[in-house]
Design a binder for this molecule. Structure first.
Ligand SMILES: Cc1cc2nc3c(=O)[nH]c(=O)nc-3n(C[C@H](O)[C@H](O)[C@H](O)COP(=O)(O)OP(=O)(O)OC[C@H]3O[C@@H](n4cnc5c(N)ncnc54)[C@H](O)[C@@H]3O)c2cc1C
Length: 474
């Protein structure tokens, strides 16, 4: 049997269930394939950062696979609808008997895979699917009544219970080296179908080795202080693994295993919830929660509010305000710092993601879908489930979302989480000369002196407006 492994957002060789099974079961060799779909990526709002990062990881994956005696084919088609034919043809040409892949959870991906299964079956080729995207497969963490959880804390408690009861995560799935490489790998392009080179890409090294080194460095260093440092955008207090998790260069289960080892815990339940490891694992479980939710409620993949009562919200239309937000010139220093960090690095600190998302949806009263889309186009770690979850949380339209009356004041957030103003000064250099406390909300004289705009919205009045509008919808 010759197997083809179709890599998607599992761009690694370690702890990859589909790859491990293929290398175990094939006796006539294994080949890999990656299918780029640039037109579909555009429909999914990918920008140059995400496309460039993914292609870079695919290039590194080709090298890793070669060391296992597995060549990687690179195929480029416009859309998901073209994938079934392209894969069936390639598998036939290469004499493959079965195609192996790890499940993706988003609606269009699920539909695409159904089409692939059907077309492969017509061609007499088998299809084998595995779970990989999550710690536990969606559908295995349910309430006692068999329902999906829509609130995080009980979901987390149940997940920990199920995992510990099942005896934990076990060993990572290891691939078997193949006796011979059937042919050379394709050259992996650095850009496809209109996506351009992104100047920030150099900040993000490629490959599982780098992702694992990052995990290792964080686990043996920052994890212990994660509780104290994770909310300060001016410190490097988080793992910065999100982009690698989003495209699967590192496995979420390996992250959990590593944190457990660092905590010296045999089960998740033994890790104190308020320790660095406990809080970090909790963040990984937020990622998990949002992934289970898109399976439970596919409408989340379609730009719909989770809470339908808010379908009637009268979002404002204001291109000028949206432009100022996107470009980091709202006159609210922490918001501008965060939006400029995003533009330059393709990443933004979680605390700041919450601040800018609340500012857009509450103070500016602009539709969360505008922000979700801009994030997706700009982030290197853009990920439908987490991005949608984060935006609907901030907009109070999601499951377990921030209550509509809890509107962050960006200036107080800035004072609390960036007290010395280091983060603001780094990303809004025109404010570097403003004295300590004033940097969070410079007085008019300082603004005009340093060429920094007045705030585009009155924070107090706009907060009251948002609360009123949300209340009226309920
Ligand atoms: C409006 C908004 C949009 C977001 N969009 C994305 C996105 O497109 N892609 C993305 O990966 N994350 C997104 N997040 C979640 C979070 O901000 C990032 O995962 C985190 O900042 C990444 O930094 P890190 O890797 O250093 O995280 P760490 O603090 O080291 O956390 C470890 C991992 O846990 C996961 N994680 C952490 N916090 C969250 C969270 N709140 N929700 C879901 N997963 C989490 C991530 O995979 C992260 O890499 C969004 C949050 C908000 C509020």
């Amino acid at each position: 049997m010759r197997a083809m492994v179709w890599f998607r957002n599992d761009l690694r060789t370690g702890d990859n269930p589909a790859l491990a099974a293929a290398t175990r079961e094939a006796d006539r060799g294994v080949v890999g394939v990656f299918v780029a779909c640039p037109a579909q990526w555009r429909v999914h709002d990918w920008g140059d950062p995400k496309a460039g990062f993914v292609l870079k990881q695919v290039g590194a994956l080709a090298g890793e696979l070669e060391r296992l005696g597995i060549p990687l084919r690179f195929v480029c088609v416009a859309r998901f609808g073209d994938v079934p034919e392209a894969l069936a043809r390639l598998a036939t040409d290469l004499g493959c008997d079965a195609v192996y892949w790890n499940r993706e959870l988003e609606v269009n991906e699920v539909r695409r895979d159904a089409g692939v299964r059907m077309r492969l079956s017509e061609a007499g080729i088998g299809a084998r699917e595995f779970d990989d995207q999550t710690i536990l497969a969606p559908g295995s963490v349910m309430t006692d009544e068999g329902r999906w959880y829509t609130v995080f804390t009980p979901f987390k408690k149940k997940l920990i219970g199920v995992l510990d009861q099942e005896g934990g995560l076990g060993k990572p799935a290891a691939p078997k080296r193949q006796p011979e490489m059937l042919f050379a790998s394709d050259e992996i392009p650095t850009a496809v179908g209109g996506f351009g080179a992104w100047p920030g890409l150099g900040r993000w090294p490629a490959g599982a080795r780098d992702a694992t080194d990052r995990l290792e460095a964080f686990a043996s260093g920052g994890l212990a202080d994660y509780r104290e440092r994770r909310d300060a955008p001016g410190l490097e207090g988080t793992s910065m693994l999100s982009a690698y998790l989003a495209c699967g260069t590192v496995s979420v289960r390996d992250c959990v295993r590593r944190a457990m080892r660092q905590a010296g815990a045999g089960t998740l339940g033994q890790i104190p919830a308020d320790s660095g490891a406990g809080i970090w694992i909790s963040e990984l479980i937020w990622r998990e929660f949002f992934r289970h939710l898109i399976v439970a409620f596919p409408r989340l993949c379609m730009g719909r509010n989770f809470q339908r009562q808010y379908d009637r919200l009268p979002w404002r239309e204001d291109d000028a305000a949206f432009g100022a937000w996107r470009e980091g010139r709202t006159g609210v220093p922490i918001v501008d710092a965060a939006m400029r960090q995003l533009a330059q690095t393709g990443w933004m600190h979680n605390r700041c993601r919450m601040i800018v998302a609340m500012f857009l949806t509450k103070n500016l009263l602009l539709d969360w879908r505008l922000g979700e889309r801009h994030f997706m186009q700009s982030l290197v770690d853009g990920d439908l489930a987490s991005n949608n979850g984060g935006w609907q949380w901030a907009a109070s339209t999601g499951t377990d979302a921030a209550p509509y009356f809890r509107v962050f004041n960006p200036v107080s957030q800035s004072v609390k989480f960036d007290p010395g103003g280091a983060y603001i000064r780094r990303w809004v250099p025109e404010l570097s000369g403003v004295e300590d406390g004033a940097v969070h909300d410079p007085p008019p004289l300082a603004r005009s002196r340093f060429g920094y705009p007045e705030a585009i919205v009155d924070l107090k009045a706009s907060r009251a407006r948002a609360i009123g509008v949300f209340k009226a919808c309920r």
